[in-house]
Design a binder for this molecule. Structure first.
Ligand code: ASP
Ligand code: MG
Length: 436
């Protein structure tokens, strides 16, 4: 079994949807995971906001204008009038459902049902298109097998069991289509795997089925060795290990959802990043094996806040760090980087939601300083053998840029430095020149 996931831009228009056919039709058994059409989930989020605010008229306008966009795609996607009519009915049924929410109470429960419509529509459109051109496929409802538990973690046992049950219904089928992102939670309600979660869906499915490969198809030719929007002359990386890919995804490489590496890694299923616009390009293969030692890539993660807690009296006492970490645990805020000295500890977070409460709690332990608008630059590779002189090269590249924190040795795959976001462009370019 092969798992192929196509992101929002790969299903972003009727032309793009048609272009998928030659990629998914072959002798190989496969499950095709689709995102919502590009922009749809954002529009659905806006609709939810209007519904929360009881702005019924605004919500209706947003719903109608999104529906109109789909009607136009339907006209271009299907060829016979009969199928266009049926396609239109299909779209209308989803949007009538959305309109039903303008009358009632709107809570998190309804919000998740609204957000699920994007993937439900894109998969239904594609499935119906394959039918029009006489290609046999089965639409597998993700809500019948994709599940998360009370901690919002995938419930692998139930996913495996239910997915296999679904697949066993169609022993002679080669091509299955399903929704990314959406799932049911521990209460059986519609839920989702958080924004960008379609990659995660693909990896979970590939993992539980021990697929031959998980392919993530996007609009760029693999993971690049630096941010192509900021640095010129970046190149796709041919091979990465799971650990390297996880660091890169977490620290800013937008191409892959950070959590999505783990189910594949645990089951030793390789993940291939491919470009729908350029299907012949090799892309990036992520597997148990890395491509030798040395630095593979540089990534940057913005919107970082640094917190410094200064306390000469407490820091040396054991149990101090535990108390500090507990504060972050209570506010469900994860820590990215950490450095300590004799009198202070500095750490970074990427979620500012509870910063006021966190600061107040931390002030019990010492003097607290907050620094915002920072960026973590992360240098990733297999750094064991070539670590000699590496720090020198990195800091030589950054010699004109004030560095706020450094983290080295936490893993053998990553060196991170914290700088002001205003210096990011200069830092990425300087590192690129020195390292590649
Ligand atoms: N449609 C969802 C989103 O935009 C999930 C995904 O595309 O991965 O976040
Ligand atoms: Mg994505």
């Amino acid at each position: 079994m092969l798992v192929m996931k196509f992101g929002g831009t790969s299903v972003g228009s009727s032309e793009r949807i048609k272009a998928l056919v030659k990629l998914v039709v072959s002798e190989q058994n496969k499950i095709v995971v689709l995102s919502a059409m590009a922009g749809t989930t954002n529009s659905l989020v806006e609709i939810c906001n209007s519904l929360y605010n009881k702005e019924t008229e605004k919500a209706n306008q947003q719903i109608n204008s999104l529906e109109e966009k789909y009607f136009q795609e339907i006209q271009k996607l299907y060829t016979t009038n009969e199928n266009r009519e049926r396609g239109k009915e299909l779209i209308k049924s989803h949007f009538d459902y959305l309109r039903s929410f303008t009358q009632d109470m709107f809570t998190l429960f309804e919000e998740r049902a609204v957000l699920a419509q994007g993937e439900l529509i894109s998969t239904a459109m594609f499935h119906f298109y394959l039918k029009e051109i006489n290609i046999n496929s089965i639409l597998l409802p993700a809500l019948n097998f994709m599940r998360i538990d009370e901690n919002d973690e995938p419930d692998y046992i139930s996913i495996k069991e239910n997915l296999n049950k679904e697949l066993e219904k169609y022993p002679n089928q080669k091509l299955f289509i399903t929704q990314g992102y959406i799932c049911r939670n521990a209460f059986g309600e519609i839920d989702n795997l958080k924004r960008g979660g379609s990659d995660y869906t693909a990896s979970i499915i590939g993992g539980v089925l021990k697929a031959k490969e998980i392919q993530i198809w996007t609009d760029i030719d693999g993971m690049h060795n630096n941010d192509p929007r900021i640095v010129e002359g970046t190149k796709p990386i041919a091979k990465l290990s799971f650990d390297e890919a996880a660091e890169l995804a977490y620290f800013g490489a937008k191409i892959l959802h950070p959590q999505s590496v783990f189910p594949a890694q645990q089951n030793h299923v390789p993940v291939r990043l491919k470009n729908t616009m350029q299907p012949e390009a090799e892309g990036t293969i992520i597997s148990d094996h890395s491509d030798g030692t040395g630095i593979k890539a540089i990534a940057a993660k913005d919107d970082i806040t640094a917190i410094k807690i200064k306390s000469g009296r407490m820091l040396l006492a054991y149990g101090f760090l535990r108390k500090v970490f507990e504060v972050f645990e209570i506010y469900k805020t994860s820590i990215d980087m950490i450095t300590t000295s004799e009198v202070a500890v500095s750490l970074t977070i990427d979620n500012n939601k509870n910063i006021a409460e966190i600061t107040q709690e931390l002030e019990k332990f010492g003097q607290v300083e907050i620094d915002e608008n920072l960026t973590i630059i992360c240098i990733v590779g297999d750094l064991v053998a070539e670590s000699k002189g590496l720090a020198l090269t990195i800091f030589d590249a950054l010699k004109n840029i004030p560095v706020r924190m450094i983290s080295y040795g936490g893993s053998t795959h990553n060196i991170s430095v914290l700088i002001k976001t205003e210096n990011k462009k200069e830092a990425l370019n300087a590192l690129h020149k020195k390292l590649f």
